[in-house]
Each structure stands twice: as C-alpha cells, then as structure tokens.
Design a protein around this ligand. Structure first.
Ligand SMILES: Cc1ncc(CN)c(N)n1
Length: 224
C-alpha cells in the first residue's frame, strides 16, 4: 500500500481533532479567549519558534540532495522570515517588548515539545524529522482554514484576527501544501512497519501540540 500524509492523520484522527478543535482555538475564533492566556501563549510561542528554527536547521543538515535541502531551507525561512518576524511585531502590539522576550523563562510544555522534536530528528532520519515537524506546520494551516469556514468565527473586532491572518496567509498556506506534497512522496515508499513508527512520532507531536494549547488556558497557574 502506498501511504500518504492523510494516512498519518487518519491513524491519529481523535488526537488530531482534539488539537485542531481545542478550546483555545475555538476561543481564538470567537474572540473570547482571555487576553492573559493569549499573552502567555504568545511569549512561549516565541521560544517555541526559535527551537523549531533549530529543528529545520537539523533537517537541512540531514538532507542528502538538493530537493530535500531546499525543502528544509524553505521550512526554516517560513519560520524565521515569515512567522518569527510577524511574531515579534505582534508581541509588541500585545505590550511584550524585545527586552521581555529576551528574558522569558521556558514553560515545561514548550521544553517538552521542542526537545521531543529535536530528539526525534537527532536519533532518526530526515523523514522522522519532517513527520515530527508536520503537526506544527500543517496543523496551524488547517486551524486557520477551519476557523475561516466556521460561522461562529468573528473576524471584525476580534483581538485575535491578526493571528488567524498569519496562518491563512499565502506564504504559510503554500509552505503547508509543499510540506504535505514532500511527505506524500516519501510516505508512498515506506513499509507498514516503518509507517507505524512514523505514526508514533506524529501522534506524540500532536499530543504535545494539545499540551501547548492547554498551557495557554492554564496560564494563571503557570505564570512566572
Ligand atoms: C506551538 C506551535 N505550533 C505550531 C506553530 C505554527 N508554526 C506555532 N507557531 N506554535
């Protein structure tokens, strides 16, 4: 059987839905998320993105041909040039200065997720690395599309509208599609046993995304 990215998602369908439809996401869409929860998430996400940039750099290191190298490089650029740049501007709008960002303590949910992905890439091969990175890139693209399709989503006067805009942007959506294409090509040739290993990594990373949203909702008990 030729596997595809959709098979990875289908193998962890309940966890994937719990991630995409998390309460944190729903409240972003309706504009009802507590500002403190969003601010805490935004700050941790700044640290998260820096570690994910390191993970894409590891994917570049593990690439053995130009096509793989270019794919990992595009992922690195999407994080550093698109997401992190917008993120720093966005943090300023939320009253979080560069000074604050430079001194942030790392939450254990940030630590667990980012180190898991770096470890999956270190001990595994390039496909393990991309599968560990996929819930991040594909999940946020899907979340933006899901929010756009829901009648309960508020865009005008929603304090989180700019957040949705980052992930519905052409730059982010095209990075997501190109990653799915890359994964589809590689997954088509794996054995059943290898696919099951990859499902384990994909599920772990999806569960760690859920923990990251939950960290935001639990911000009061986690605040520095
Ligand atoms: C935790 C998390 N996951 C995914 C993304 C989208 N790159 C993000 N910014 N933060």
């Amino acid at each position: 059987m030729a596997y595809s990215f959709d098979d990875l998602k289908n193998a962890c369908a309940a966890d994937w839905q719990a991630y995409i439809q998390h309460d944190f996401v729903r409240r972003l869409g309706t504009g009802t998320l507590e500002p403190g929860a969003f601010r805490y998430y935004l700050q941790q996400d700044y640290l998260f993105l820096q570690h994910f940039a390191r993970a894409y750099a590891l994917a570049i290191y593990k690439s053995r041909n130009m096509a793989d190298l270019r794919q990992a490089f595009d992922g690195l650029k999407a994080i550093v040039d698109t997401e992190l740049t917008l993120h720093v501007d966005y943090c300023r709008q939320w009253g979080i200065s560069d000074h604050d960002l430079a001194r942030l303590p790392e939450d254990r949910a940030t630590m667990a997720y980012t180190r898991y992905v770096l470890d999956a890439g270190n001990r595994g091969d390039l496909l393990d690395m991309h599968v560990a990175l996929a819930p991040c890139l594909v999940g946020y693209g899907e979340i933006a599309n899901m929010l756009n399709s829901e009648s309960t989503t508020v865009r005008a006067d929603n304090p989180y509208d700019a957040w949705i805009a980052i992930y519905e942007s052409d730059a982010f959506q095209s990075a997501m599609h190109s990653e799915i294409e890359w994964l589809d090509e590689r997954l088509a040739g794996v054995t059943e046993q290898r696919f099951e290993e990859l499902v384990g990594i994909f599920r772990d990373a999806t569960l760690l995304e859920i923990d990251f949203w939950q960290m935001g909702l639990d911000w009061r008990s986690r605040s520095q």
